[in-house]
Design a protein around this ligand. Structure first.
Ligand SMILES: [Cu+2]
Length: 341
């Protein structure tokens, strides 16, 4: 066992009880422990009585907030990028996007910055959305310091699959038709893959069925994690990057309205992640490719790269907890609330 592990894993977000300074202190401490250059950090011991929320849940969450002017998880949740739309001479719809790989500092918990590689400056990158049969053109520019690519899931020519390395300062145009409909994703596919993915090069890619899906309140949730001290394990987990963000800011939903979550697992280092809804059940459409096939459950386990469409309606007013059902992941940031009213 590595010394830094005992510091970096379970202790990490617990320090959040003491706010930004404590959390940053632990991050710095874990970093120095990993490099073996510094002494023990100055951080406060855990309190003997944990704080609780109004439902009686013990809270291990963070204090304060991230700078939402740079990335607002609440906005990301419901923002879909349909691209620049035009029509080809054949009548086919063309959707075009410009995507730039760029190195950036990303705030993954209040006061904790992660030296990331991103698509268009955020983690996740933009949620790209098209309809089955559209022609897609993605103008990729690698403005980052390392070689990258974009690998899209779905059916297309192998030459458009993102295995070709795009060097720093180089460009590549990915062009293919959107198929099949379902919930897909895109991510960098340059080796070492683990490193390129966990650094933040990924986003959600939705292909709608030709007739669309039933009207619903739609949300995108990418389950992700961050190895803030580069020891090969995540210290922070979240949906949509910021630990505990939807715990501090419950997602407002309407009673009786159909909700649809596009749920993607891109967590690196852990073999699985999971999603659990409290006090409700959802229809689970695996990969979103078969509207006639679903299962009815309240928990789903997902390997890295798996994604599912979840549909549900909430009957009662109040806060419904959502979290990873692996307790450790929940305690390290993957926990939030839906607020029905
Ligand atoms: Cu890369």
């Amino acid at each position: 066992m590595h010394d830094s592990k005992s510091l970096s894993r379970r202790d990490f977000l617990k320090a959040g009880l003491f706010g930004t300074a404590g959390l940053a202190g632990i991050a710095a401490a874990a970093q120095s422990a990993a490099t073996g250059t510094a002494k023990s950090p100055a951080f406060a011991p855990l309190p003997s009585v944990p704080s609780q929320d109004h439902t009686g849940h013990d809270l291990t969450g963070t204090v304060g907030d991230v700078d939402t002017s740079r990335f607002d998880p609440m906005q990301y949740l419901t923002h879909f990028d349909y691209g620049r739309i035009s029509r080809l001479p054949t009548g086919q719809t063309l959707r075009e996007w410009d995507i730039t790989a760029v190195d950036a500092e990303i705030e993954v918990a209040p006061g904790v910055y992660f030296p990331a590689w991103t698509y268009n400056g955020t983690i996740p990158g933009p949620t790209l959305r098209a309809t089955e049969g559209d022609r897609l053109r993605v103008n990729f520019y690698n403005g980052g310091s390392h070689p990258h690519s974009i690998h899209f899931h779905g059916i297309h020519l192998p030459s458009m699959d993102g295995l070709q390395v795009v060097g720093s300062g180089d460009r590549f145009v990915y062009e293919f038709d959107a198929r099949p409909f379902g919930l897909h994703l895109y991510h960098c596919h340059v080796m070492p893959l683990k490193r390129h993915i966990h650094k933040g090069l990924y986003g959600t890619f939705i292909v709608d069925p030709p007739g669309g899906r039933a009207p619903a309140n739609e949300m995108v949730m990418m389950m992700n994690g961050f190895d803030t001290n580069f020891d090969g394990e995540n210290e922070i987990y979240a949906v949509n990057t910021v630990a505990f963000h939807y715990e501090r800011h419950p997602i407002p939903l309407k009673i009786g309205e159909l909700n649809r979550i596009y749920l993607v697992n891109i967590t690196e280092f852990d073999p699985i992640n999971s999603f659990h809804l409290h006090a409700g059940m959802f229809k689970l459409y695996r990969t979103g490719t078969r509207p006639d096939q679903w299962e009815y459950t309240d928990t789903v386990m997902m390997c890295q790269g798996e994604r599912h469409v979840l549909e549900f309606t909430l009957e009662y007013p109040g806060r419904y907890m959502i979290h990873a059902h692996q307790s450790e992941l929940a305690e390290l940031g993957w926990l939030g609330f839906l607020e029905a009213g």
